[in-house]
Design a protein around this ligand. Structure first.
Ligand code: GRG
Length: 298
C-alpha cells in the first residue's frame, strides 16, 4: 500500500467529487444546484477514503477506484438528504449548514436525493462500459458495483431506515438494535471496504479480513454516533444533539446505557484492528482510522 494518509485520499476524492455527475441541461439547473449543495457541504468522507485505500491496499490504484468512491458518496449524501426530510427525521441542520429541504423545499430535496442515487449507478456503469475488452478488469468493477448496490439497497441502508423508523417509541431488543445499526450504518462502510478490495483484486483471505474490519468499524461508528447525540456539542457535530431521545430512537445509550455503550465501542474497535493483525506493516491507515473514529467529536 502506498504511504498515503487519510487527508491525501480525502483531498484526491474532493478534487474529483463532481467529475462523475452527469452533465445536466441548464433547464434542470435547480436539480444540479441542490445535488451539489449537499455534496459540497463537507462531511468526513470516510466511505470514499475507505474505498480508495482498500483498493490500493489490495494492489489497485486510486485513479481506477475514483468513479466508485464518488458513487458511494453520492449514495451516502442522498440518504442524508432523504433522512432529514420532514417525513423522516425532520432535521434543520446537516454538515453544519441548513438541510437541503430547508433551502430548496421538500420536493426539490427529494429529487436531489433521487438524482444523486441514479448518478451513482450511471457513474459506475459508464466506467464499466470502458472495460468490455478486458474481462478481468470488468469483473473487478462489476463486483465493486454489486457491493455498493447491496449496501445501498433493501438489505442495506433502506432496510436500516425502515427498521429504525419502526423501532421508534418501542422497547428495542439488543438484537434488533444491532440489526438497525448494521443495516443503517455498517452496510455502506462494508460496501466501501469490500468494493475497494474487489477493485484492487483482493484474494479471498484479504477480502475476509477487511470485511471483519469493516463490520466492526461500521457498528462502532454508529455507537459513537449514538453516544455523541447524548454527549456531543452541536457546534462541533454540525447537527442538532439530543434528537435521538427527542424522537424516542432505538440507540445504544437508550437500550444499554452510556457505560456499556462505551465498553462495546472499545471492544468493537479493538476487534476491527485485530482483524488486520497479519497486515499491520501495511495497514496503518485502517488501524489509525479505527482509533480516531472511536474518539471522534463529529
Ligand atoms: C435510505 C433515506 C435512507 C436512509 C438510510 C443513512 C441513513 C439510513 C440515514 C441517515 C441518518 C443516519 C444517522 C444514518 C446513520 C449513518 C450515519 C452515522 C450517517 C452520518 O455519516 P457521517 O458521520 O456523515 O459519515 P458525514 O456528514 O461526515 O458524511
Amino acid at each position: 500500500m502506498k504511504d498515503y494518509t487519510f487527508d491525501d485520499y480525502r483531498k484526491y476524492f474532493e478534487e474529483h467529487m463532481l467529475d462523475f455527475l452527469p452533465e445536466i441541461d441548464h433547464k434542470s439547473i435547480t436539480l444540479y444546484d441542490s445535488m451539489k449543495y449537499s455534496l459540497s457541504a463537507g462531511g468526513k468522507r470516510i466511505r470514499p477514503v475507505l474505498l480508495l485505500a482498500a483498493c490500493e491496499f489490495c494492489g489497485g490504484t486510486m485513479e481506477e477506484a475514483i468513479p466508485y468512491a464518488c458513487a458511494l458518496e453520492y449514495i451516502h449524501t442522498y440518504s442524508l438528504i432523504h433522512d432529514d426530510l420532514p417525513c423522516m427525521d425532520n432535521d434543520d441542520l446537516r454538515r453544519g449548514i441548513p438541510t437541503n429541504h430547508k433551502v430548496y423545499g421538500d420536493a426539490v430535496a427529494t429529487l436531489a436525493g433521487d438524482g444523486l442515487q441514479s448518478a451513482a449507478f450511471e457513474a459506475m456503469h459508464k466506467d464499466m462500459l470502458m472495460y468490455f475488452d478486458d474481462p478481468a478488469a470488468l469483473n473487478r468493477r462489476v463486483r465493486a458495483c454489486y457491493e455498493i448496490s447491496k449496501g445501498s439497497g433493501c438489505r442495506g441502508i433502506v432496510a436500516g431506515q425502515i427498521a429504525d423508523m419502526e423501532a421508534e417509541d418501542k422497547n428495542c431488543s439488543r438484537e434488533l438494535l444491532d440489526y438497525i445499526h448494521i443495516t443503517k450504518t455498517a452496510a455502506l462502510i462494508i460496501a466501501a471496504v469490500r468494493a475497494g478490495a474487489q477493485l484492487g483484486g483482493a484474494d479471498s483471505e484479504t477480502l475476509e479480513a477487511l470485511t471483519i474490519y469493516a463490520e466492526n468499524l461500521g457498528l462502532a461508528f454508529q455507537i459513537r454516533d449514538d453516544i455523541l447525540d447524548v454527549t456531543g456539542e452541536e457546534s462541533t457535530l454540525g447537527k442538532k444533539t439530543g434528537a435521538d431521545a427527542q424522537n424516542s430512537k432505538a440507540t445504544y445509550p437508550a437500550v444499554v446505557g452510556l457505560d456499556e455503550s462505551n465498553a462495546r465501542l472499545t471492544e468493537l474497535t479493538q476487534t476491527a484492528i485485530d482483524a488486520l493483525r497479519d497486515y499491520y506493516d501495511n495497514a496503518e491507515l485502517f488501524v489509525e482510522l479505527a482509533k480516531v473514529l472511536e474518539i471522534r467529536g463529529n
